[in-house]
Design a protein around this ligand. Structure first.
Ligand code: NAD
Length: 264
């Protein structure tokens, strides 16, 4: 039931953190994986490492905000694999200066009146508009082959008022949640299932890797019902579930994976 053997998979932002875990679990379970990432050095090392473990993995240097390049990269995967079955729209950047606040209070450096316009535009471009581009090219290819899975990495930031400040990040992720429901409605009749994984805090390189520093992640650990933040290993089972026949009746869902933080 959790079978993804031979599936053609794309993971955007797959050279680090959560995306890397998606790529790894897909490759370990016999899928053919193409990673899109902006960072060529990280990309080369992840591809080499996953290949060493026996994975059928390759990479393309892609900025998900670059629309012509995204079309080209999707077409290259379809050409090489013959089809596209599963796409993880995962690439994302952090919220900027206020990102690690758990107070919900006033964060002067994250305040709207001093927010850098370029920062707003880039976060919306990478975290929201690129999901549109990713879904568009996924649908174009999946319709030709009778269906597929699109799995978007959102965030619990889309659903809460506190814990993460940083103006453009939260509206971008809230937009992602709504877009996923809208696309599930539009694409269901083509056999394309569209869902969100909505993580709480995970130990990755986001926010300059600050969640890897014990003092910086303490407040997030206290927020969790099980006393720790997420490790990227924790997300693999859910990714495999959503990519596999096990989830064939799941679409338009936001599945939260946060150690219970939202329930505190
Ligand atoms: P990360 O920084 O470890 O990994 C992100 C990867 O995306 C990197 O390899 C980076 O090079 C790549 N990337 C960034 N911008 C890109 C672009 N324009 N085009 C292509 N690749 C790009 O971060 P992560 O925490 O693994 O983040 C992955 C996703 O998870 C993001 O969408 C993020 O918003 C979401 N998320 C993370 C957390 C968390 O606590 N780590 C919580 C909720 C949601």
């Amino acid at each position: 039931m959790f079978d993804v053997r031979g599936k053609s998979v794309i993971v955007t932002g797959g050279a680090s953190g959560i995306g890397r875990a998606y790529a790894e679990v897909m490759a370990d379970n016999g899928a053919r994986v193409c990673i899109f990432d902006l960072n060529p050095t990280l990309l080369d090392s992840v591809v080499a490492e996953l290949r060493t473990n026996g994975g059928d993995v390759w990479g393309q240097v892609v900025d998900v905000a670059d629309r012509p390049r995204m079309k080209e990269a999707f077409d290259a995967v379809a050409e090489r694999h013959g089809r596209i079955d599963v796409v993880f729209a995962n690439a994302g950047i952090d919220a900027g200066p206020g990102f690690l606040s758990t107070t919900g209070g006033r964060i002067p450096e994250g305040a709207i009146d001093v927010l850098d316009d370029h920062h707003w535009d880039r976060v919306i471009e990478v975290n929201l508009s690129s999901v549109y581009t990713t879904v568009k090219h996924s649908a174009r290819h999946m319709k030709e082959t009778g269906g597929g899975r699109i799995i978007v990495t959102s965030s619990i930031a889309a659903q809460i008022n506190e814990a993460i400040v940083g103006t453009p990040y939260m509206p971008a992720k809230a937009g992602v949640d709504h877009f996923v429901r809208q696309m599930a409605m539009e694409l269901g009749m083509f056999g394309i299932l569209v869902n969100c994984i909505s993580p709480g805090p995970f130990m990755t390189n986001i926010a300059g890797g600050r969640l890897k520093i014990p003092a910086d992640r303490k407040a997030f650990e206290e927020q969790s019902l099980i006393g720790r933040i997420g490790d990227t290993e924790d997300i693999k089972g859910l990714a495999l579930y959503l990519a596999s026949p096990c989830s064939s009746y799941v679409t338009g869902s936001q599945i939260v994976i946060d150690g219970g933080s939202m329930n505190r």
